[in-house]
Design a protein around this ligand. Structure first.
Ligand SMILES: [Zn+2]
Length: 192
């Protein structure tokens, strides 16, 4: 069974954070995602984009964490912890965060992601037009790129959804032909 199939079964076609149905996609929680179901979550577009850019997070939307933070899935626990941390200005999120207990490894993982995000924001990742890219963005490849070790070419015009930032602003990660690869930011264009 593919990761997508495992997650589709696990989530019963509902976003694992806010329970919205429809338009769900696999969100691989970084850093250190190994493609396992424990480290990924099935999320709706709204959750994906706000996780990618917590500054736009809508406090009302994230009240959903009240329930989803009790998930047994480590990836969901980590996302809940990170969003509650990002929303600490709100009374309700502060008390939820205090009651959310993560085991040691999960806690480390959750914190590692926050630090990486902070580093990245220090030097923004920019596309070919100089537009700042954030995790969860959709980009288009602007020239044919040979994928080293992948045995294929990411053709000009290929759309890459739900990108991840890396510690290097010149590189992003995205899925092309079903393979997670590193792409050069300067050869990409953000699509809206
Ligand atoms: Zn959602």
């Amino acid at each position: 069974m593919s990761l997508q199939e495992i997650l589709t079964q696990r989530c019963s076609n509902k976003c694992e954070l806010c329970s919205a149905d429809g338009d769900l996609s696999v969100y691989e929680v970084q850093p250190g995602n190994d493609g396992s179901a424990e480290k990924s979550a099935m999320l709706c577009a709204a959750c994906c984009s706000q996780i990618g850019d917590p500054a736009t997070a809508d406090g009302k939307h994230w009240r959903c964490l009240n329930e989803s933070m009790w998930s047994e899935v480590p990836a969901v626990q980590v996302l809940a912890w990170r969003m509650l941390t990002a929303l600490q200005g709100e009374d309700w999120s502060h008390s939820l965060l205090e009651s959310l207990y993560l085991d040691e490894d999960t806690q480390q993982w959750a914190k590692a992601g926050m630090t990486a995000a902070d580093d990245v924001s220090a030097t923004p990742t920019r596309d070919s037009n100089g537009t700042v890219l954030v995790a969860g963005d959709t980009v288009t490849v602007i020239k044919d790129l040979v994928v080293k070790g992948g045995g294929f070419t990411a053709k000009r015009g290929t759309t890459v959804k739900n990108i991840r930032l890396t510690s290097n602003p010149e590189h992003i990660e995205g899925r092309v032909n079903g393979t997670q690869i590193v792409l050069i930011s300067a050869y990409l264009k953000k699509t809206n």
